[in-house]
Design a protein around this ligand. Sequence first.
Ligand SMILES: Nc1nc2c([nH]c(=O)n2[C@@H]2O[C@H](COP(=O)(O)OP(=O)(O)OP(=O)(O)O)[C@@H](O)[C@H]2O)c(=O)[nH]1
Length: 127
Amino acid sequence: MLRVTCAIIIHNEKILICQRSNTMNLPLKWEFPGGKVEPGEDETRTIVREIKEELHLDIEVTKRLQPVEHDYPAFRIRLVPFIAKMIGGELLLEEHADARWIAVNELNRYDWAPADLPIVEQLQVER
Ligand SMILES: Nc1nc2c([nH]c(=O)n2[C@@H]2O[C@H](COP(=O)(O)OP(=O)(O)OP(=O)(O)O)[C@@H](O)[C@H]2O)c(=O)[nH]1
């Protein structure tokens, strides 16, 4: 099972969402940015590292949400979401096609990676 972390980054009451590029798998799907946990790596460490590498942002994790397990045709994923706040850096996209700061009530307008849908639902219930 592929272990992946993702971050719901909050800044000025908006959430950062990212669109996968057309060269990534799940092309052009929207996701919460993050990436794979490396062997022996702590998940919190993973998410901080991935956000810096992919977006040039510094984050501080404030909460870990319930992990989601999802079966894609070719692999199974365990996606661990973290709520985080932006504490520094300037957004620069290294891999993604697009990124937007949106309000919680706009989450529904996007074509999400299937594994993210339970997280999107959870966020709408909580806020
Ligand atoms: N980062 C991220 N990956 C997700 C999400 N939802 C989801 O299904 N995935 C899947 O999880 C896997 C992790 O991919 P990734 O490409 O972001 O990871 P990475 O940066 O460590 O990969 P790489 O270094 O091999 O490029 C991909 O298969 C991706 O499609 C999500 O919200 N965020």
